[in-house]
Design a protein around this ligand. Structure first.
Ligand code: DC
Length: 236
């Protein structure tokens, strides 16, 4: 019995989930961890963003659950990761078109949050997400990674930060890309998106019961990364 459980543990592929609201820093941290350990990276938000972008391109209404689910199931997506440079620079291709930048706009973020409320859309993307679990391990970034997609993950982290701080970070990020936006406008988008993601009936954004919650409002990204590395090394 003991040997059996040891073998089972050895063959189990470890998963670390990072959930939390937009702007909590999970994308950056997930990419850094995946690079550090050379593990697979799942940016599940990108799948919802791609569904939203494809829907807008094909004139599919963002409240048409069945059509959106069909679209999500048939998305022709490729993530081309450049391991030599940085996971942060991975390309996202939709039907062979480079949409890396197009999916990152504020509008597509809002649209993604709208298509993500539908059970059938989430079901259509589920297997695609689970398929990212490959050896030697997976870092999964999203809203429901620890609660729905990988409930038996070895380490679950929930990153959060105040809405005001997340809005400031987002404005800074957009400014670095040469995009000027107003802080009140971004803050109101963030509040609306939080409300939708947290209050939806299906897979709402909520920390898993066994998640470690880290509030990054007063923390720099290096500090957050250090804290998480300590957690990983304590647990693995
Ligand atoms: O993390 P992000 O900003 O790229 O996510 C965009 C939207 O996609 C987010 O507002 C809600 C949805 N989403 C989700 O519902 N479940 C996930 N696991 C990831 C994202």
């Amino acid at each position: 019995m003991k040997t059996e459980s040891v073998n089972k543990r050895q063959t189990e592929i470890p998963v670390i989930t990072l959930d939390g609201p937009g702007g909590s820093g999970k994308g950056t941290i997930a990419a850094r961890l995946a690079r550090r350990y050379d593990w697979e990276l799942l940016d599940s938000g990108a799948l919802y963003r791609l569904t939203a972008l494809a829907a807008l391109k094909k004139n599919i209404a963002l409240d048409s659950e069945n059509d959106l689910a069909k679209l999500a199931a048939s998305l022709e997506v490729r993530f081309a990761v450049n391991r030599d440079i940085s996971k942060l620079e991975s390309l996202v291709l939709l039907e062979d078109e480079d949409v890396t930048k197009a999916i990152r706009t504020e509008e597509i973020g809002v649209a993604a949050s709208k298509v993500a409320v539908f059970q059938k859309v989430r079901d259509a993307l589920l297997q695609r997400q689970k398929a990212f679990k490959v050896a030697p391990g997976l870092i999964a970034d999203g809203r429901d990674m620890g609660t729905v997609v990988f409930p038996s993950a070895k380490l679950k982290i929930y990153l959060t930060a105040s809405a005001a701080e997340r809005a400031k970070r987002r404005v800074r990020q957009l400014k670095d890309k040469g995009i000027g936006v107003s802080l009140p406008r971004i803050l109101s988008d963030i509040n609306a998106r939080d409300a939708r993601d947290m209050n939806r009936a299906v897979a709402p954004l909520v920390p898993a019961d066994d998640a470690v919650v880290i509030d990054t409002t007063e923390m720099g990204v290096d500090e957050v990364e250090k804290r998480i590395i300590e957690l990983i090394e304590g647990r693995f």
